[in-house]
Unconditional design. Structure first.
Length: 244
């Protein structure tokens, strides 16, 4: 059996980068394709650093808010004869506009990126994928505990979890598994910019009193690849959030 080819959207920073490192360290993985939204310089540096694993690394710039993004990405991968057997949907966007001011356009844009894009990329790739593949999503604890500042983000993350559960039936004929990870607060680049008082308030709600490291989330994406009984599961990684 050949080695896994892994697609990671939003794969050059934070959780996506950590997942790429964890998966490239697995003997089961032979190549990765990482998308990024902006900051080409960082993406190219990331790809160069990941070459140290001695495996094939591709990067491509992609706007997941564009309805044509699924077809664009499929065409780019086909041009390089890259057919993923593991799809990891990590890229997402948010909009923190208050409900009173939220426009239909902004609301639809978040749904386009977080829900429509992965759904229709799966549709594009499904006919060619070898049976026994894996489709994984980065969900969110905010899709379970509705405390997100962004209404659109919280609702779309809940929808991601529902999408996972509903895809099980539709992917069963193809023998593909579908799994989600719902992390709580992760110490990504964006979280590091929060004022210390806000971070402290969050840490006080977590039994471990700290944010997760991206590597702790990335490691779970390797675990679900190697443990083939995960299917239809949404794995929380909260550190004991809201323990009191």
């Amino acid at each position: 059996m050949g080695k896994e080819a892994v697609l990671i959207t939003g794969g050059t920073k934070g959780i996506g980068r950590a997942a790429a490192e964890a998966l490239l360290a697995s003997p089961k993985v032979g190549s990765v394709w990482l998308t990024f939204a902006r900051d080409r310089e960082n993406a190219e540096r990331c790809a160069e650093e990941l070459q140290s694993f001695g495996k094939e690394v591709h990067i491509s710039e992609l706007d997941i808010t564009d309805p044509q993004a699924p077809k664009q990405l499929k065409a780019e991968m086909e041009a390089e004869a890259f057919l993923p057997s593991y799809l990891l949907f990590n890229a997402n966007i948010t909009d923190r506009t208050p409900l009173e001011e939220l426009s239909e356009t902004a609301w639809a844009r978040v749904f386009q990126a977080n829900i429509h894009f992965p759904t229709f990329l799966i549709q594009e790739l499904l006919p060619a994928m070898v049976p026994g593949g894996l489709i994984a999503f980065t969900g969110s604890l905010m899709g379970i505990h509705p405390h997100s500042v962004s209404l659109a983000y919280g609702v779309t993350k809940s929808a991601v979890h529902a999408l996972i559960l509903n895809l099980v039936k539709h992917l069963e004929p193809y023998q593909h598994r579908v799994v989600g990870i719902a992390p709580g607060f992760v110490d990504t680049e964006w979280q590091k910019t929060k004022p210390q008082q806000i971070r402290t308030n969050i840490e006080n709600k977590i039994a471990l009193h700290r944010f997760a490291e991206p590597e702790e989330v990335g490691a779970v994406f390797r675990t679900i690849l190697e443990n083939k009984y995960f299917n239809g599961d949404i794995i929380t990684l909260s550190g004991g959030y809201s323990y009191r």
